[in-house]
Every structure is written in C-alpha cells, then in structure tokens.
Design a protein around this ligand. Structure first.
Ligand code: PMP
Ligand code: GLN
Length: 379
C-alpha cells in the first residue's frame, strides 16, 4: 500500500497514555485534566441532550456559541470579531489547524514550523502538498530566533505556524515577538496560523499576546482555540477558529467536507456555561500556577533541573544529570519501572538537539502530582 505519511506512526500521546494504563502508572504524559470539569457545564450538556438538541448544528457552529466567543474575545483581548463571518466552531483545535492548513497551503508552498513543534502541524502541511521548513527555537530559553526565521524564508514561503503559550516547552511569546512577526509577515506576505489553545494558561502575572491584537496580523492570521483546554473538557473535542472573512470562507470550505459540523449539545452547553460564568477563564492562571508551583516545590530535592514554565500546563525536566539515555526510551522505561509516564521532547523536532528533556503535565490532582514527584525524587 502506498502510504502518504510513511514516516508517521501513532502519536506519542496515544502511545504513552496506553503504556501508562497498561502499567498502572501515574499518567503525567498526555495533556488532559484528571479532575472533573465544572459541574454546571456537565449539567448543561445533559440538559441539552435530554431536551432533544441532538441533530446537526449549523455548519459554522451554533450561533449562541459563536456569540459567546465574540464576547469573550472582546472582554479578554479587546478584539472585535464578527460571529457570522469570522468565527467558526470546529470539532477540536486539531481539526481547526488542519482545515486552516489544507485551505491555505498549496502544492510546494513552504510553511515555517518552529521546533519543537506540536505533532499535528507537519502532517497537515504535507497532506496539503506543502513543505515544512523547520526552524529551531533558541535552546537556552525556547525563544524564537527571528533572524533564523528570516533566513529560512524563500519566494515559496506561504505561512508560518506559531504556538503561544507553547507546547511542549511552556514558552510564551512577548509583545516584541508579535511586533517582529507582524513586520515579517507583512514584508514577506506570509499567512499566519496561530495556535493559541493555551491562551488562558499564562502565569506569574504575565499576559497572553494574541495575533488578533495586532492589526496587520489580524488581517492575515487564523487563530485557533480549544474549549477542551479552557474548560477542562478535552474529550468534548470542540474549539474555534478566528480569521478575517475571506480566510474564514476558505477554511469553511474544507471544514464542511472534512467534518461538516461539530457536536450540537456540546456547543449549546458551552454557550450556556460561558453566558453564566463569563469570568471563568480569569481564574485559570491562579489555579494552574498553584499546580505548577506545587510540582516544582515537590521536585526541588530531585536531581532534575527544572526549566521555567511561564505558560501551558506542562513542565520540562532536564534529566541530563541522571542519564544519557535517549528520551523516548527513557520515558517508556520509567513508565514501566517507576510508574510515572511523561512525554519525550525529541519527537517534536525534525533534528533533535543533544538534550535530555521530559515533559510532565501538571493538569492533575495535587495528590497525583505529589505521588509522581515522590517517585521522581528517588530516581
Ligand atoms: N495545539 C496544541 C499546541 C495542543 O497542545 C493541542 C492539544 N491537545 C491541540 C492543538 C489540539 O486541541 P484539541 O484537543 O482541541 O484538538
Ligand atoms: N495536546 C495534548 C498534549 O500535548 C494531547 C492531545 C493529543 O493526544 N493529540 O499532550
């Protein structure tokens, strides 16, 4: 059989979660909360299903949810977006990213990816017929080396994909990064796909900067979000894309023949919850920062070196002082032998640098984080 993605296997998240289950390990690998989503949100889903809201939603998403998204963008980012022309509800950010890339990348177009890059970007670029051009982040602090990005541009460059807060490193782009990107995108006529699924998980009083807040980026970007992250319901697979009308129209052409629509009662439940609790995302930084700090304190006596985690619900550990083993091998072995599952970082690179990083997810109950830390401190 001719494979269109011969080098692609099952995602690391699926594999590590399966291995964790198989060995009864504490699963700090795949990014999802192990605690319940808000009760009001779960009740709203049950209510809508029971009331019979179980047939197709409109292709672009339920109006009530698109309106809540527009309100939230206004309240949290000071950004105006038209719920009819510019906001599309998608069955998960993964689908939104895929549709954006499929719709906008043509044969032999080049797309800049910043490594380590989330695993779904490159396959989408390739399936669209494009070519991924990988530019590594600075190894010291995972900041963007804009000179290197500029050096990687060619007449075929069509798009750059950014992700802030960044999975897997937790790095957060600054205002000056976005200004640089804005100048670069204008100068080289680049489209931008901005993966902002962790927009509300920014710590230590810092702020998230969205492409939607920079006029020239607003005009050429698709910003992609996930209700799964913000409301702790990754299994509901619902997100949204925000883009100017002309770009949105192209994205919707792909979306309608890929998934057609998202899940109706889930959309209606999210709309009800957002209307009832508009300030809910504002509480997320303190909630997740407390978890990050708990994990960091508990790991302080260990032999790991902890990297700063200014955003997301991920923490990188440098195990260089403990072992030289390649990270994917070590992750699997420690899941089996120590009962703690994590994610190796090398899989997010085209050319992994010489480094020894594991990613832990701290969207877990405190007791699980402490149990995992206790094990890791003994290694
Ligand atoms: N982008 C990044 C950076 C992510 O970490 C995730 C996580 N799951 C996604 C996209 C996909 O989100 P969703 O589950 O809504 O498809
Ligand atoms: N984004 C999640 C993570 O980084 C996983 C989502 C998935 O399994 N595809 O862990």
């Amino acid at each position: 059989l001719h494979s269109k993605l011969p080098d692609v296997g099952t995602t690391i998240f699926t594999r590590m979660s399966a291995l964790a289950r198989e060995h009864g390990a504490i699963n700090l690998s795949q990014g999802f909360p192990d605690f319940p989503a808000p009760e009001g949100l779960r009740q709203a889903l049950a209510r809508h299903a029971l009331e019979g809201h179980n047939q197709y939603a409109p292709m672009i998403g339920e109006a009530a949810l698109r309106e809540q998204v527009a309100l939230q963008l206004q309240n949290f980012r000071g950004v105006a977006a038209d719920p009819t022309e510019e906001i599309t509800i998608v069955p998960g950010a993964t689908e939104g990213l895929f549709c954006a890339i499929m719709a906008l990348v043509g044969r032999d177009d080049e797309v800049i990816l910043l490594d380590p890059s989330y695993d779904s970007y490159e396959p989408a670029v390739r399936l669209a017929g494009g070519r991924a051009v990988h530019v590594p982040l600075n190894n010291r602090d995972f900041s963007v080396d804009w000179e290197r990005v500029t050096g990687a541009l060619s007449p075929r460059s069509r798009m750059i994909v950014i992700n802030s807060p960044h999975n897997p490193t937790g790095a957060v782009l600054s205002h000056s990064d976005l200004e640089t990107l804005q100048a670069l995108a204008e100068q080289h006529d680049l489209l931008v796909v901005s993966d902002e699924v962790y927009e509300h998980l920014v710590f230590d009083g810092a702020r998230h900067h969205s492409v939607l807040q920079y006029p020239a980026l607003r005009a050429r970007s698709v910003a992609v979000y996930s209700f799964g992250k913000t409301y702790g319901v990754t299994g509901w697979k619902t997100g949204y894309c925000v883009a100017p009308a002309a770009i949105t129209a192209e994205l919707r052409k792909v979306h309608q023949f890929n998934c057609f629509v998202g899940v109706t009662p889930v959309q209606l439940a999210l709309a009800d919850f957002m209307a009832a609790e508009p300030a809910y995302p504002a509480a997320l930084p303190a909630f997740y920062q407390a978890k990050r700090d708990l994990l960091q304190r508990a790991l302080a006596p260990s032999r790991f070196r902890l990297r700063p985690s200014p955003g997301t619900y991920f923490q990188l550990l440098d195990y260089g002082a403990i072992s030289d083993e390649p990270d994917h091998q070590l992750c699997e072995r420690w899941t089996r032998e120590h009962g703690v599952a994590s994610i190796p970082i090398s899989i997010f690179y085209q050319a992994p640098p010489q480094q020894h990083f594991l990613r832990l997810c701290f969207a877990k109950q405190d007791e699980q984080l402490l149990r995992a830390a206790e094990v890791l401190c003994r290694i």
